[in-house]
Design a protein around this ligand. Structure first.
Ligand code: NAD
Length: 265
């Protein structure tokens, strides 16, 4: 018997004209058996071809209603709550990567969406980075308190904040797994710092040329050093992960999901 043809995941990309939106649409258009682009949404309407995407789908100014189509949101924090309510009201699953959303707004928007549809938000959609979160937590827990942990990140010289959200993500995964808090993080060291306090986690940021994003976690104990690292070659890692999340969430029941669910971690 011939196996049934897989049904492509229908997607709507909110923030379609942005750096992330364009890459998500471009990558989806290259995988037509897996993804069907319903529309792009951004402030200036037109066609997706105007954005250089090989698709005849429209570029519209309002989220369209298309029951079951996954809304992939990489837009602006001010649009998040309305996007979440639209998804809940129209039966459209939500995969959001937009950052800068007030924690209370993020929580209430996701809760409202999750009552009606499958919904998720992730600060980082890279599959590799999510695995690093998981492994770093597991290593810290298993190695125990006698291993010193330091996190070093490098980004391009245009980045305006430090340390990176991903470095915080690694630190949060480690602190949650080992009963520590963000109060145990020590940012850089200078002057008469005194000896290293057991349990502290050093955070260090380098700013260099056009580096996309490097993260290293050092675990150093008596007589050995273990180094866990991730190097991003391009922002496509987020787009690929968001598409993987959209394919996974499509057709799932209402609820709040995370990348660790998508990846089975
Ligand atoms: P960008 O500024 O290039 O693009 C954002 C787009 O959203 C713009 O085209 C803008 O016109 C559009 N937009 C603004 N308000 C809108 C609204 N109300 N409705 C629809 N569209 C609207 O930014 P970017 O680099 O593409 O990033 C977008 C968001 O995704 C940011 O919050 C960024 O921090 C986040 N991001 C998240 C991840 C992750 O893995 N979670 C990765 C990269 C970027």
């Amino acid at each position: 018997m011939v196996p049934p043809m897989p049904v492509p995941t229908r997607i709507i990309v909110n923030g379609a004209a942005g750096r992330m939106g364009r890459r998500i649409l471009a990558l989806a258009s290259e995988r037509p058996t897996e993804f069907a682009i319903v529309a792009g949404v951004d402030r200036a309407p037109g066609t997706l071809r105007d954005l250089g995407v090989a698709s005849d789908a429209p570029l519209v100014a309002q989220l369209p209603t298309e029951r079951g189509a996954v809304v992939i949101d990489f837009s602006h924090h001010s649009a998040f709550y309305a996007t979440a309510l639209h998804c809940a009201n129209q039966g459209q699953p939500l995969v959001s990567g937009t950052t800068g959303i007030e924690p209370a707004v993020l929580d209430s928007g996701l809760a409202a969406a999750a009552k009606a549809v499958a919904a998720m938000h992730a600060m980082n959609y890279s599959v590799g980075v999510n695995i690093v979160f998981q492994i770093a937590a597991q290593m810290a827990k298993t190695l125990g308190a006698d291993y010193d942990i330091e996190i070093v990140e490098a980004h391009h010289n245009q980045k305006v904040d430090a340390p990176s959200g991903t470095a915080y993500g690694i630190a949060d995964a480690i602190t949650a797994a080992t009963g520590r808090t963000r109060n145990d993080l020590v940012h850089g060291r200078e002057g008469q710092t005194g000896k290293r306090r057991k349990g502290e986690i050093g955070m260090h940021a380098m700013r260099l040329g056009d580096v996309v994003g490097d993260h290293s976690v050092y675990f150093v104990g008596q007589g050995e050093r273990i180094l866990l690292g991730h190097v991003a070659h391009s922002r496509d890692i987020f787009a690929v992960g968001a598409l993987r999340a959209a394919a996974w969430i499509s057709g799932r029941g209402p609820g709040r999901y995370a990348m660790k669910d998508v990846l089975g971690l």
